[in-house]
Design a binder for this molecule. Sequence first.
Ligand SMILES: Nc1ncnc2c1ncn2[C@@H]1O[C@H](COP(=O)(O)OP(=O)(O)OP(=O)(O)O)[C@@H](O)[C@H]1O
Length: 270
Amino acid sequence: MNTFPSQTEQHAAVKRPAARASKIIVDSLSKTYTTKSGSFTALDQVSAHILENEFVTLVGPSGCGKSTMLRVLAGLEEASSGSASIAGRRITGPGADRGVVFQSYTLFPWLSVRDNIEFGLELKGTPKLQRLEVSDKYLELVGLTKFADAYPKQLSGGMKQRVAIARALANSPEMLLMDEPFAALDAQTRSDMQELLMNIQKHEHATILFITHDIDEAIFLSERLYVMKSRPGRIVREIEIPAAMRQNKELRDSEPFIQLKREIVDLLHA
Ligand SMILES: Nc1ncnc2c1ncn2[C@@H]1O[C@H](COP(=O)(O)OP(=O)(O)OP(=O)(O)O)[C@@H](O)[C@H]1O
């Protein structure tokens, strides 16, 4: 029996939360790279938004500009035209208001787990005692309290990504930008990390922009997806994930889940 409620039933049953403000606004953003063979438009007039405490994922074929968009939002790349803003402030460079987690492990190998987590706070001149409080909190949140004094080379891939997430959160960013953070992990660790990220989002009321090639992961984690296409990079569809389907791995064999997944895969292959 299909126990999955229809969208209408969900709307009736769930009281709508108060309207959330936009945390990120991307307005007609274009990015053109100049290469030896001419210019290449990686992003073409992309407009999007992310609400406060929302989990939004970018999916799309390789080369459609997902990382480019994330790097512009991180302030690591400049847009060629259009704009991006966070909480009404135009993004012109990197800032402590955005925490970034990449696929490759970006921990400092010469620092312990705790010192990696405290790195940004130390840069800001936060006193030691306060730093300890913050690192204790995030070590616990990511389940690494026992590894506070370990060094990155002593950690598994999943543990390194836990540290990277804790380090990003320790700076109290207004949002997390995550570029395929679990892509290098084995299936079980990846699944554990998805659960951890969901718990963190609830606990910290985090606003998250996430990139993945894994459609199951995207449906499990996201409130909304932007599906992109390449050449040039554009958003082709915005998909809201029904609340009941999100965060529920048991529904992966249900007809609505399979249908939604097929819809996304078809868009990716169009
Ligand atoms: N610095 C650069 N100079 C020239 N071209 C670039 C540069 N960075 C990215 N590109 C090109 O822009 C396009 C978009 O790249 P981007 O990395 O954003 O894609 P993506 O969707 O994240 O891909 P993937 O899923 O493979 O990571 C690609 O064709 C890429 O080759």
